[in-house]
Design a protein. Sequence first.
Length: 161
Amino acid sequence: METVSSKRIAVTVNGERIEYDLEARRLLVHFLRDDLDLTGTHVGCDTGNCGACSVLYNGRLVKSCMLLAIQAEGATIETVESLSSDGELTPLQQAFSDHHALQCGYCTPGMLMSATALLRADERPTEQQIRKAIQGNICRCTGYVNIVRAIQAASGQAVER
Ligand code: FES
Ligand code: FES
């Protein structure tokens, strides 16, 4: 039952429309991870700084720790789980693997979602555009070079290994 502090929302997550009763204060990242068990979306800071929680909201890149889940009412959300199907890696995911674009992997879901948003908008981004697109995603391990190479490779550009 809906109360002042709760609300029923209808939202499409990774292609599936669902209705859910939510506490008004629940963050979108916690709804995805804890209620829907979509734990590919990570929590690195809870303050909007690290980008580990990045998802697509109506096709636009957002940090899901910065939104209330009830703000997803009527929206389409895509998480990292939506990228591949039947266990097959997408070209972007394969490029991350081929170019050693991850070490601990904590930042990787957010990086993949930022890169996905970029590549949908621009099929062959420049290195500068790639760096700008991932500037909201902190990686503590890789130094970013291999991440940039992976995104270049995924867009069909020749890169060093
Ligand atoms: S957990 Fe959302 S930006 Fe770090
Ligand atoms: S691979 Fe460890 S934080 Fe990026």
